[in-house]
Design a protein around this ligand. Sequence first.
Ligand code: 5GP
Ligand code: ZN
Length: 139
Amino acid sequence: MSRDPDCIFCKIVAGEAAAHKVYEDEHTLVFMDIFPVADGHTLLIPKAHSSDLFDADPTALAALMQTSHRVAAALRRVVEPEGMMVFQLNGAAAGQTVFHYHMHLLPRWAAQPLALHTRKPGDPERLRELASAIAGALD
Ligand code: 5GP
Ligand code: ZN
């Protein structure tokens, strides 16, 4: 499996960096965003390294999309948002900050301002609780 030794998400895949993991299978890993823009902000990544959409393996992306459908439903059951944003940034000009392909699942409430990033880290206890609750709510 392709890997970039300097990539933080590859380190999470390898178990060399910590993450609040929700789910994993052969192709995909799902974990909580450590700087959540909203409660329940979740990331999905292909386990194999690719920097963005353009060099990602379409088979891995198809698997990730299948998984996202299940995870989004579980996330919705857990945090009961008013809406959910799915986004994926390619290149610094698009706002990408981690250069390992990832999809964001971002629960939305109309009263909260729309943002793609924050510098405020999530409460570790809440991230742990969410990861376990979303895992438990998967079909
Ligand atoms: P991007 O801006 O590239 O679309 O999103 C990168 C996301 O990764 C950001 O939302 C950021 O908060 C998150 N992130 C950055 N470093 C880490 C990390 O070490 N662990 C986790 N769980 N999330 C991270
Ligand atoms: Zn990587």
